[in-house]
Write a protein that binds this ligand. Structure first.
Ligand SMILES: NC(=O)c1ccc[n+]([C@@H]2O[C@H](COP(=O)([O-])OP(=O)(O)OC[C@H]3O[C@@H](n4cnc5c(N)ncnc54)[C@H](OP(=O)(O)O)[C@@H]3O)[C@@H](O)[C@H]2O)c1
Length: 330
């Protein structure tokens, strides 16, 4: 491909890591297409159609975990990409052990990683996983052994690039010293800004791309949440969504709604666009379980903020402004 064509093709893309892959600027999170924390499985036909329409619209980055629905999520992606493997860039997290919708631990022993990948390749129906990531670190296994095992899988042609997820800055350095890390998958939103103090600058210094998830902070920033949540809503377990915390947090969201309304866009679009605006190396990874989400969220990638708008968002949602936590509190 000549240089000009390559630049044109890549202008709608983001490079993950210094020598890493070019992928779509917006990623499709597939997690909520399977039952994660218990509950029923969303409509499979719509989920597959959503993945396929995302690929048609140029979103090639698909994110899953082998524990999402105990393998269901990978099989879903396998069905959606059948006959069009090259259109998709597949990122898979591994190592978390879940039972009945509850995490019961991590297993990142080298032999376990080798077990995980072979099942993932089979469920996805592919020869290679594009980005393979331990979903958390496992304190009983050195970082070097975990990353070293994935590096061996690259030599064997089963993995293309290595990512990590929800780790500390020290662990990130160790991992990158073992083998170049292309991407750090991490929760980041107006409501969760803790990574700005250390992890984000460390990733930037090391030239590692950011795959930023939970842009809507479990739906808080969509502007659609009302207090109190329904009794069977899983978010009731998080202090952020309880009692006075929720009332306080929804007042902050009113500012977001106002700003979005004045700008002619939706609160979710503003939440996604704010994440993207935090750096050229940051890719928003958004859950979308239905096709109707795609046009709105894709359009968010073209939203820019005036300095005044950015100031309003950064002061309203200054670190600590949102009360209470979710599973993301590190
Ligand atoms: N590494 C990790 O530890 C980790 C943890 C969690 C998630 N992830 C990955 O990151 C992805 C995103 O994370 P997430 O699901 O926690 O956060 P998210 O992208 O903020 O999604 C939360 C909710 O927002 C809804 N939504 C999306 N677009 C919307 C719109 N335009 N208007 C209103 N609501 C909208 C989605 O609904 P619908 O589903 O109904 O479309 C979803 O239920 C996951 O799919 C998963 O792949 C990684």
């Amino acid at each position: 491909m000549d240089v000009e064509l390559r630049i044109m093709k890549n202008s709608t893309k983001i490079q993950l890591g210094q020598n890493g892959p070019f992928v779509s600027r917006l990623g499709l999170g597939c997690m909520r297409m399977s039952s994660i924390w218990g509950g029923s499985t969303p409509d499979e036909t719509e989920s597959i159609a959503t993945i396929q329409e995302a690929l048609d619209r140029g979103i090639n980055f698909l994110n899953t975990g082998d524990f999402y629905g105990a393998g269901h999520n990978e099989m879903l992606i396998g069905k959606a990409i059948k006959g069009r493997r090259d259109d998709a860039f597949i990122s898979v997290k591994f190592g978390a052990v879940f039972h009945n919708g509850q995490p019961v631990g991590m297993d990142l022993r080298p032999i376990a990683i080798r077990n995980f990948i072979h099942y993932s390749l089979t469920r996805l129906g592919v020869e290679t996983i594009d980005l393979y990531e331990p979903s958390r670190m496992d304190n009983s296994v050195p970082v070097e052994d975990i990353i070293g095992t994935v590096a061996d899988l690259i030599k064997e042609g089963k993995v293309r690039y290595i990512g990590v997820s929800e780790i500390t800055a020290d662990q990130l350095r160790k991992a990158n010293d073992t083998h170049p890390i292309s991407a750090l998958e991490i929760g980041y939103s107006l409501a969760d800004r803790q990574i700005e103090s250390e992890l984000l600058p460390t990733a930037k210094e090391l030239g590692i791309g950011i795959v930023a998830f939970a842009n809507t902070a479990e739906g808080l920033l969509t502007g659609e949440m009302k207090a109190p949540l329904r009794v069977n809503d899983y978010r009731n377990h998080f202090s952020r969504f309880q009692g006075d915390n929720l009332l306080h947090n929804l007042e902050k969201v009113e500012v977001l709604k106002q700003l979005a309304g004045d700008k002619g866009c939706t609160p979710t679009q503003v939440a996604i666009a704010w994440v993207k605006a935090q750096g050229d190396h940051i890719m928003p990874l958004v859950s979308m379980s239905r096709r109707s989400r795609l046009p709105e969220n894709i359009a968010a990638m073209d939203i820019v903020f005036t300095p005044e708008e950015m100031n309003t968002l950064n002061t309203t949602f200054a670190p600590g402004a949102i009360l209470g936590g979710t599973y993301l509190q590190r």
